[in-house]
Ligand binder design. Structure first.
Ligand SMILES: Nc1ncnc2c1ncn2[C@@H]1O[C@H](COP(=O)(O)OP(=O)(O)O)[C@@H](O)[C@H]1O
Ligand SMILES: [Mg+2]
Length: 336
């Protein structure tokens, strides 16, 4: 069955003591709604509904699933449930808080505290559209990612990996504090041979070991994605996808473009996280936090000659740059 658009639950629907207010997002795996609980508090409800396996027509509540797809649908359902169960164990200000679960309409619903704000992805895009320079300030990057990593440390302490870290899954509250969303961690169990449910890793943010069948996954895998997300904040597009990098790595030319805008220390942190060899990356979030906390040395004023060199090298690498942004410009499409 080809992927299709599923009809969302109707606004105003009462379900398990919640009232659906409206759909906020839909991706290939689920639909997220703003809803209110019995006391009128806002919650976000995530509904498991993989569009490649289940079809819900307008006006219906229960999706149609072909007999052929049913076993895979059920495995996914279990994984979605596990994802929520794992998350429910974690209580941390930088990790989305899961408050309830329920079954209805032959699927599963995960109820989270509703957070007002927007994803880091949207934040980057807005700033890019406004032509802000730098795209995201170094100070913001350092402070915000340090908090993201406080949350991630808690996740790793609970023996979970996120595995789908990217700006679309980092949510910024209105006060700018970040929260980790969308734990595909449980989907890790789907890494088997089930193509229809194979985690939709996002090119550019996924470490090379995620592309390998028996890749050695660990904290370093999430750390690659942290580096990729910091890079996306600096340049406005994801890094070159890691499978392409192993053939023809163009990242050095991209790092050079960041010189003069970001400190050498920050660029070095990104370069470290984005090493293709997992052993060459920081091995723990704590090690990375320590590196990120290292103060940037005051930047020496660039000489005319150095400014000209950066300009010229940017001119020459423009083709590559466009190649990266053409396919992979961070678009907050509904899939992410
Ligand atoms: N707890 C929440 N509070 C507010 N918005 C949320 C919450 N959880 C998810 N969202 C919104 O839904 C979008 C998709 O959520 P996510 O968990 O990333 O699902 P998907 O699997 O579809 O990517 C987020 O980018 C965010 O806009
Ligand atoms: Mg997401």
């Amino acid at each position: 069955m080809a992927a299709q658009n599923n009809a969302p639950l109707p606004d105003g629907l009462e379900i398990a003591g919640y009232r659906i207010v409206k759909k906020i997002a839909s991706g290939g795996f689920s639909i997220v709604y703003l809803a209110s609980d019995e006391d009128g508090n806002a919650v976000a409800i995530k509904e498991y509904l993989p569009s490649s396996l289940a079809l819900r027509q307008q006006g219906e509540l229960v999706p149609a699933i072909s007999n052929e797809n049913l076993p895979i649908y059920r495995i996914g359902l279990k994984c979605f449930f596990e994802e929520g169960r794992a998350l429910a164990r974690i209580s941390h200000p930088n990790v989305v808080s899961v408050v309830n679960f329920f079954r209805a309409n032959e699927t599963v619903y995960m109820v989270m505290a509703y957070e007002s704000g927007r994803s880091l992805q949207e934040h980057i895009l807005r700033r890019r559209d406004k032509g802000e320079k730098p795209l995201v300030s170094e100070r913001f990057i350092r402070r915000m990612f340090n908090q993201v990593m406080n949350g991630l440390r808690e996740v790793h302490t609970n023996k979970l990996l996120h595995l789908d870290l990217k700006p679309a899954n980092i949510y910024l509250r209105l006060d700018g504090t970040p929260i980790l969303l969308d734990f595909g961690a449980a989907r890790q169990t789907l890494k088997t041979d089930i193509p229809k449910l194979y985690p939709m890793y996002t090119p550019g943010f996924a470490a090379p070991e995620l592309y390998q069948k028996n890749g050695n996954l660990g904290p370093w895998t999430d750390i690659y994605s942290i580096g990729a997300s910091i890079f996306a904040c600096m340049i406005g597009a994801p890094p070159q996808p890691s499978d392409q990098r192993s053939i023809n790595d163009k990242m050095e030319s991209h790092y050079r473009k960041l010189e003069g805008t970001y400190s050498a220390e920050l660029i070095e942190v990104v370069r470290w996280c984005l090493k293709l060899d997992p052993l060459e990356r920081p091995q723990s979030v704590f090690a990375l936090q320590k590196a990120l906390a290292t103060k940037a040395q005051p930047q020496p004023e660039l000489t005319m000659f150095e400014k000209a060199r950066i300009k010229i090298s940017n001119l020459f690498s423009r083709k590559d740059n466009l190649a990266v942004s053409d396919h992979t410009t961070i678009q907050e499409n509904t899939q992410n």
